[in-house]
Design a protein around this ligand. Structure first.
Ligand SMILES: Nc1ncnc2c1ncn2[C@@H]1O[C@H](COP(=O)(O)OP(=O)(O)OP(=O)(O)O)[C@@H](O)[C@H]1O
Ligand SMILES: N[C@@H](CCO)C(=O)O
Length: 344
């Protein structure tokens, strides 16, 4: 029995929504779990970053499986893992979130097959576990729920949004300490995740530079505090962003202003100086708005399908002028979370 778990890529922040907004994108990494005992190689990786991932033995996926076991008390049956990796690493397209979600959802599917019954984590509980491992909730929320998501983090004691039932509370602190806060941030728990609507004709074009930006390094350039003016700037833009998507009929023309961020992009521009020109070029070519995707290095533009060719061209022209190597891809918004298939 083979269980194929397809996990979407994701773009976090979307400019103004640092560590809060996430968007699932229809570019999937496949995690194929083959249950039963095996001889020989137990891990096969193909595609993006295969050499690096093999060298690391895909640690993040196995870390997630151990967290699942610690949380649920189930022992995941032995398996062989094949990964068809389509999400480029370190480009701000949620490759690490996909690895975590692939591990958690794969472990869940294997245990459901092996043990049956009904006592398994809910999607909200999986979001919480994935957030514990990733350190912030934005990418994992989008990867698990699909579409456009808003994740609001808060310490557990202050956030009884989910898990008011006893069995949930029992699991309050069961993620092993070594998996907590891997990026050194505060203890973020129990994220409240809200799914937002997206219009049918909205799509994205992504410029993917040939260089990687690790999330750890892109977080290290952020200041420990920001001014009141910058905080006020971003909170009004984040509200405008929600209004752009939820106003009757949509007000996507507000996105350029809504995605204008002062909390992270100006600092990350220090390690990616071509960023403002790429955003500006896409917007001049008719994108509704554009922003650094997650912690970079990709840049994501929202557009209608009709304007896709102009946005591709604008990104590539700006990159050429700035001597930057990279490629563009149109990525549709993925309207669901992981897809699970059983192959006999
Ligand atoms: N399929 C995978 N299996 C195991 N580990 C992975 C996989 N994909 C990515 N990773 C790990 O995640 C790292 C990339 O994480 P990082 O947070 O720096 O970037 P990202 O997740 O691609 O971007 P962002 O978090 O900004 O969206 C890789 O270098 C690798 O260690
Ligand atoms: N919100 C995160 C996304 C990267 O995983 C950041 O910008 O650092």
């Amino acid at each position: 029995m083979r269980i194929r778990v397809k996990v979407p890529a994701s773009s976090a922040n979307l400019g103004c929504g640092f560590d809060a907004f996430g968007l699932a994108l229809a570019l999937y990494t496949d995690f194929i779990f083959e249950s039963g005992t095996h001889e020989g190689e137990m891990l096969v990786v193909r595609g993006e970053g295969a050499d690096k991932l093999l060298k690391e033995r895909c640690k993040l996926v196995y870390d997630a499986i151990r967290v699942y076991e610690g949380y649920t008390g189930y022992k995941v049956p032995s398996f062989k893992l094949e990964i068809e990796n389509r999400i480029p690493l370190g480009r701000g397209l949620g490759s690490s979130a996909a690895a975590i979600v692939g591990g958690l959802v794969g472990a869940d599917a294997l245990c459901r097959r092996a043990y049956g019954g009904i006592n398994y984590p809910s999607t909200n509980q999986l979001v919480r576990l994935a957030t514990e491992i990733e350190g912030h909730p934005d990418n994992v929320s989008a990867a698990l729920l699909g579409g456009l998501t808003l994740a609001v983090s808060a310490p557990a004691a202050a956030a009884p949004y989910f898990g008011s039932n006893a069995s949930d509370n029992e699991h309050e602190d069961t993620a092993p300490a070594e998996f907590k806060n891997i990026d050194g941030g505060p203890a973020w728990r129990n994220p409240l995740v809200v799914s937002l609507p997206t219009p049918a004709n909205l799509t994205t074009v992504v410029f993917i530079p040939s260089f990687e930006m690790s999330t750890k390094e892109a977080r290290a350039v952020l200041p420990p505090s920001v001014t009141m003016q910058d905080a006020a700037h971003n909170s009004s833009r984040a509200a405008l962003f929600i209004a752009a998507f939820t106003a009757p009929g949509g007000k996507l023309e507000w996105l350029a202003e809504a995605m204008n961020d002062r909390l992270h992009q100006p600092y990350r521009g220090q390690i990616f100086p071509q960023l403002p020109a790429l955003i500006d070029g896409a917007q001049r070519a008719g994108a509704y708005g554009a922003a650094l995707s997650g912690a970079g290095s990709a840049v994501l533009a929202f557009t209608t399908r009709e304007r896709v060719p102009q946005i591709h061209e604008a990104f590539l022209k700006t990159a050429r002028e700035l001597g930057l190597n990279g490629r563009t891809e149109q990525l549709e918004i993925a309207l669901g979370g992981p897809l699970i298939g059983y192959e006999l």
